[in-house]
Design a protein around this ligand. Structure first.
Ligand code: SF4
Ligand code: SF4
Length: 183
């Protein structure tokens, strides 16, 4: 990877020039304008706690390193906090580059199991982290209603959420990939 970082025109059998076009189209961003200043990585709350480096992913997009990007588990460590997007001096929106890559990874069924389980939870409850009895008791103790002002309290909005997810076959794909085993 370090060698590939050095060479702006690096192209081998493992680089796919179409990958950059796909990422640019999906993200509506301009990763080819990145000059590798590292501001994004320096802003990233995930970087000090993991091997995740957003700067590398932007570079991989430019180099067309599709497989290397989409199969790297670090792709899923971005919290989408948008700090890097706020600070990038070239207005590249690195967050959207990551989101585009995640969408492309999903096309190859490369999605961590916890993300797939989150899809199932949102489909079933409207929440990635549904309320539970411990939280309900804590809310009541604080003088709040047991259920927050969400689909927990208004389940009639759940069909709308499911309709959106069904449009993108999210639940169907999550169920299928999970039933096929580890990814
Ligand atoms: S902050 Fe912007 S220009 Fe700098 S490395 Fe990150 S994406 Fe590239
Ligand atoms: S949006 Fe993602 S990549 Fe950017 S700073 Fe936040 S966690 Fe890091």
């Amino acid at each position: 990877m370090e060698e590939k970082f050095q060479d702006r025109y690096f192209h081998t059998t493992d680089s796919n020039p179409e990958f950059l076009k796909d990422v640019e189209k999906l993200s509506r961003s301009i990763p080819h304008m990145c000059f590798q200043c590292g501001t994004c990585t320096g802003s990233c709350p995930s970087a000090p706690r993991s091997s995740y480096r957003i700067r590398k992913f932007v570079r991989r997009a430019v180099l067309g390193l599709e497989k290397e990007s989409l199969t790297d588990p670090d792709l899923w460590l971005c919290t989408t906090c948008y700090s890097c997007t706020d600070r990038c001096p070239r207005d590249i929106a690195p967050t959207d580059v990551i989101m585009a890559m995640r969408n492309l990874a999903f096309k190859w069924d490369i999605v961590p199991r916890n993300f797939l389980k989150t899809i199932q939870l949102i489909y079933n409850t409207g929440h990635g982290v549904p309320n539970n009895d411990v939280n309900r008791a804590a809310r009541v103790k604080l003088g709040l209603e047991a259920e927050p002002e969400t689909t927990h309290k208004y389940p009639e909005y759940l069909p709308g959420i499911r309709k959106i997810m069904d449009h993108y076959h999210m639940k169907e794909n999550a169920d299928r990939i999970l039933s096929e085993g580890e990814h």
